[in-house]
Design a protein around this ligand. Structure first.
Ligand code: MLZ
Length: 231
């Protein structure tokens, strides 16, 4: 996970053809990113990412900015598991760790070409620069900058996996640099190389949590549960 992405520099590189950042009012995200009061080892209830009808007990195994890395406890057999663990496990996260979700925008205010930050659902650890490629009723098509479309997705305008430009940095969560695969228009004049002009993308120190190792394999970290406390 890299942490030196710089939106200002990137937008400058893209030049005047690039769309503007989507205004904050487009997003269902708090004006100020919430602080994260969860602690490692805290237990909480979470939707089972493998079976969204199930609620499971999960433990906080890592935190970064407002996001949590959660691991499901035990099996996903709802009935057994719930009663057993609720009585036995302890260390439940106090209620005030959970932040009330922000209000939804009244409607879909997005417009094609706007820039945003979005969770890469195939690599949910990563928040990446992206562009609204299409708007259709309540949905937008999120296209990741510098990738050939393999990570793109449709989502509702009030989806919690998308953020205004700059939001994640303010929240203490790193944004990954764009890819360098055949960028679609608008064509960057040169490839984004990060803040440190000299040597391309050198791996930058991360904040000590959400290590690269956990980045590599995170099958139980769907975007939805990962973003639990982000209000
Ligand atoms: N290393 C992986 C991660 C790609 C992340 C893209 N995010 C939009 C790859 O190269 O496929």
């Amino acid at each position: 996970i890299q942490s030196d992405f710089d939106w200002d520099e990137y937008l400058r590189l893209l030049g005047p053809e690039a769309g503007d950042p989507a205004p904050a009012a487009c997003f269902k995200q708090a004006a100020e990113p919430p602080s994260n009061h969860f602690q490692l080892g805290h237990r909480l209830e979470s939707r089972d990412p493998r079976n969204p009808d199930n609620t499971c007990i999960a433990s906080v195994i890592d935190r970064l900015g407002p996001r949590l890395r959660l691991r499901l406890d035990g099996s996903d057999d709802r009935n057994d598991f719930f009663r057993l663990k609720v009585k036995a496990a302890g260390n439940f996260a106090p209620a005030d760790c959970f932040v009330r979700p922000p209000a939804s925008p009244a409607k879909n205010f997005f417009a094609g070409g706007q820039k945003l930050e979005a969770i890469d659902r195939k690599n949910p650890l990563f928040v990446c620069p992206a562009t609204v490629k299409e708007v259709r009723q309540d949905r937008i098509f999120v296209s990741f900058d510098g990738w050939r479309g393999a990570f793109d997705y449709w989502c509702r305008y009030d989806c919690r996996d998308i953020f205004p430009v700059g939001w994640c940095q303010r929240a203490g969560y790193p944004v990954q640099p764009p890819g360098n695969r055949a960028p679609q228009q608008p064509q960057p004049q040169q490839r984004y190389r990060g803040k440190h002009a000299s040597g391309g993308s050198s791996p930058s120190p991360n904040s000590g949590t959400f290590s690269d190792k956990s980045a590599a394999a995170s099958p139980q970290l769907p975007a939805s549960s990962a973003a639990a406390p982000a209000a």
